[in-house]
Unconditional design. Sequence first.
Length: 413
Amino acid sequence: MRIPIATGGRMKDQPGYDVVVVGGGPAGSTAACLLGEAGHSVALLERQVYPRDKICGGCLSQKTIRFLDRALSLPVDLLQREGLLDFTGRGYALYIRDHRILAGDLDEPIYFTRREHYDAYLARKAGETGAELHTGAEVVAIDHARGIVTTSDGGRYSARVIVGADGVHSRVRRTLPEGIAERERWQGNLGWTLELVIPRKEVEALADERGVIRLDADLATPHLVFAVCRWGYGWVFPNKEAIVIGLGGLLSKNGSGFRDRFKAFLKLVGLSAFTDRKPAGCSLPLGNYIPTPAHARTVLVGDAAGFTGPLLGEGIFYAHRTAELAAHAIDRHLTTGAPVAGTYSTLLDRRLIPELRAETAFRNILYHGLDARMHAPLAAFVQAMKDPVIDAVQGARSFQGFQRDDELHSAVW
């Protein structure tokens, strides 16, 4: 699917906008969509051309599904009709190394999407709300004081507010004052992931029986495997036409050994035939969210501000949710003059960061235990906490005491 772009050739100064959003992934498109619906003029800048590749497991938890329905009017039946739900996972299998500690059916399914379709669809939806989409031009300079964004093709976009939604290596973040992102904390919780997408037919033909972990015959069950790297995990996620195999964890704990660990993981799940294939790799945040990701007229959302789930690295939901909170703060600023940075930070403090702190604490207990090889006690603990933990991952409970919290993901508009 190709998205029409608003400009072509070498551009001159663009008319002023209320908001310029840098980055056209789920975070940027969500912010552009909500602000466009609110009647604000928005330019959405994406350096690539859709459809674009993106390294991602593509998992959509129930909290993401509920967000899409509530905030973007995209219920499950519409997502299915549009081909955005590539696979439905109704069961799961959880391992510590080669020992299966949990398996069963989920009360509510998880879904899997292909990011090249998902991102393009959301960008098109933002365009339908009135946001101007400009693709194929990389942002090369940002003047935060004057609200001017310059692109590689000579375009200059001025705005009352700038949204940085340009991923983990965000240029918007890197051009903010140094104190916004604490460098040591950012680097200490920066993760790395390797991923291989293998056509189903090849997996069916070449999977071997030497793997200690036996994948299900119809390749329909999502697998999570801990202790195959430090402070991270491996996954096998089903898609309609392919199987996605990945490994991700903290760089600070794993050093340069990721490639060897990935090959060992492939052998563990019976996919040794594919160890000669080169996986794609990328950085990802794993608990290095910025507590106050805003400065003057600029706000950061999604991966650009380090917002992913620190336990499993879930990024799509946090991209959507931080974009919603930022869009609300920007709308208030544009309509009432309320300070955008202060409003956004307050919303994060109330609606998101306490949950991330609690999830980080749970993650630390789990991974410290794995480092200490306390596999049997951890297995017993996870088995006892199965339902609350699944509910917390799916969004029905909070990681704060595993209590049910209907307001945790509620609307702010």
